[in-house]
Write a protein that binds this ligand. Structure first.
Ligand code: PEP
Ligand code: MG
Length: 586
């Protein structure tokens, strides 16, 4: 029997409405809650050869981590890698797996998992506390081998056309699930500026986060409506509710059609000031849509998905292929390619677990530690720049020293390309993301070293206010209208002005009409927004009076509370543009 209609409220993380059945995703070990694509009957030879390759690859990876960890960790922690490596060299264990495959004619991963289980049981039975702890190391190593063994064979186990209900999702889960026509996402945890939320918006999948314990309340048999505008999940809706949402879906379609009228109009204010408007891009398959509808530049291309899809750094050719595709498809539009910003909430399988990952090994810090991988990415981007429409951008910059190192490495990458007789744009522009308060404070010094700034407000807000962008517990404290955030933005813009370099805002703040009114007033020259918000923000720009926006921003910089700022901005907004924009505010 169908239950009673229930409405659950969370935070609206990605717009849109869907109606459908749930997929309850309860992932203890997320990466392996997958189906293995059928490969026909087991070929013993192939399974053994795949197993051998997976062990070799795992040894290679661990050695790489070991080499890096040596500079960073003490002997006690290094032993963990040593122990894992010695296990991977254990030929007795491997021979048991190989004969298991031969005798049982079963896939390698099954036999390997069974043998690992036996090993773990034996360790646990030893009764030795030290040995018991080693079970975690074995688990770690098991996951590494399995990942290498199953590469290319994993398919997401979620049912197609379902609304995914989960405690939490990783960015990698989200990417993988999107291949199954996911209709929506509702999670107990998470914030609206988490990378999962950003990816959902980019995939146009409605999402609601911070729903507390919704994952325990939804049943497999429920019918659901997810409302990504209001942040609602409705289980077992009445016929009346369903009809009202169906009408809303129709209305939204009409509205989107209406917005398309803006596609060809220039992005300039009412008093004729041109504000560059570009999009953020997560995946290459969004390119055609962006080109045909907006014909604009890409102000931020996040490269992390290339890493997340394979769980490792892609090689130069693979990266070159992707970047070249983008540059060619967008031409004559420009694309700003950001180097890997992994770490933080974007899982790095090789990483040591950190208690504060957002303050840890992330973004440029990883690139500067893994110089070879960084040089590989720089070479790939440079090679894709021959059309003259590529810029490079670096994430998580905290000060001058990092930029000095980056420029040295970039020069090294260029020199090597010249030696290899490979072409690139000799005048390629480089920019840095300003998203760490220390970088904002020394913006005047940094501006001398680069061609442009791009402010990453998602992180700048989190680091300025010490509020985790991912945490549902403190999401109310995550406030872009905080006076400290706005003054920080002002410092960055003044620093850039001193050396005449342009400033883009590519964080989510640029997609909010109220906030972008202030950004324009503060003197930002470009807004880079997610595709779903592009036309709404163009509409806003065309309703703004530039001079007026400057006055509003100036006044706001004198205010000392969030409330005063929000009230004032809302009042100005309603007076100047509110009514006209409202009709576009679904
Ligand atoms: C930001 O921090 O605002 C940004 C654009 O980068 P990301 O969201 O990828 O951290
Ligand atoms: Mg960031």
């Amino acid at each position: 029997m169908q239950g009673k209609e229930q409405i659950y409220k969370g935070l609206a993380a990605s717009k849109g409405i869907s109606i459908g059945k749930p997929f309850l995703y309860r992932a203890e070990v997320p990466n392996y809650n997958m189906d293995i694509a059928a490969t026909g009957s087991v070929s013993v030879e192939k399974e053994i050869s795949d197993y051998t390759q997976a062990i070799e690859q795992s040894i290679k990876e661990l050695k790489k981590i070991f080499a890096l960890a040596k500079e960073k960790l003490d002997d006690k922690h290094l032993q963990i890698f040593d122990a894992q490596l010695s296990f991977l060299y254990d030929n007795f264990f491997h021979s048991k797996v190989r004969s298991g495959i031969e005798e049982n004619k079963k896939p390698a991963y099954e036999i390997f998992k069974d043998e690992i289980k036996l090993l773990e049981n034996a360790i646990l039975a030893s009764g030795d506390d030290y040995m018991r702890e080693r079970v975690n190391d074995v688990e770690d190593m098991k996951n590494r081998v399995l990942r290498n063994l199953l590469k290319g064979r994993l398919v997401s186990k979620i049912t197609e056309n379902a609304i995914v209900i989960a405690k939490n999702l990783t960015p990698a889960d989200t990417i993988l699930f999107s291949n199954r026509n996911m209709l929506g996402i509702a999670t107990d945890l998470g914030g609206i500026n988490s990378h999962v939320a950003i990816i959902s918006r980019s995939l146009n999948i409605p999402a609601v986060v911070a729903m507390r314990d919704v994952s325990f309340r939804i049943n497999q048999e429920d019918i659901l409506i997810i409302d990504g505008y209001k942040g609602l999940l409705i289980s077992n809706p009445t016929e009346e509710t369903i009809q009202s949402y169906e009408r809303q879906i129709e209305k939204n379609k009409e509205f989107e059609k209406k917005l398309e009228e803006l596609e060809k109009l220039p992005s300039e204010t009412k008093d004729g000031k041109s504000i560059r408007l570009s999009t953020n891009l997560e995946f290459n398959n969004e390119v055609d849509y962006v080109v045909s509808h907006f014909g604009c530049d890409v102000g931020l291309y996040r490269t992390e998905h290339l890493f997340l899809e394979i769980g490792d750094f892609p090689d130069e050719e693979e990266q070159y292929k992707q970047y070249k595709f983008l540059a060619e498809h967008l031409y004559p539009g420009k694309v700003t390619i950001r180097t890997f910003d992994i770490g933080g909430d974007k899982i790095l399988p090789d990483a040591q677990k950190e208690s504060n990952p957002f303050l840890g090994w992330r973004g440029i810090r990883i690139s500067l530690d893994k110089k070879d991988d960084f040089l590989t990415q720089l070479r790939a981007i440079l090679r894709a720049s021959t059309g003259g429409n590529v810029k490079i951008m670096f994430p998580m910059i905290s000060g001058v020293e990092e930029v000095t190192q980056i420029i040295e490495l970039l020069n090294e990458a260029k020199a090597r390309l010249r030696t290899d007789k490979l072409r690139f744009d000799e005048n390629i522009e480089i920019g840095i993301m300003i998203e760490v308060p220390s970088a904002a404070i020394v913006a005047g010094d940094l501006a001398q070293m680069v061609d442009f700034f791009s402010i990453g407000t998602n992180d700048l807000v989190q680091y300025t206010l010490a509020v985790d962008r991912d945490s549902s517990l403190v999401c109310e404290l995550y406030e872009k209208f905080h006076p400290a955030v706005l003054r920080m933005l002002n410092i960055v813009i003044q620093g850039a002005d001193k050396h005449n370099i342009p400033v883009t805002v590519c964080g989510e703040m640029a997609s909010d009409p109220y906030a972008s009114l202030l950004l324009i007033g503060l003197g930002v020259s470009e807004l880079s927004v997610e595709a779903a918000s592009y036309l709404q923000i163009k509409r806003l720009i065309r309703l703004v009076n530039y001079e007026e926006a400057g006055k509003i921003a100036k006044k706001v910089l004198q205010m000392n509370t969030i409330k005063k700022i929000k009230d004032y901005v809302e009042q100005c907004f309603n007076k100047n543009i509110g009514e006209k924009l409202k009709s576009y505010d679904i």
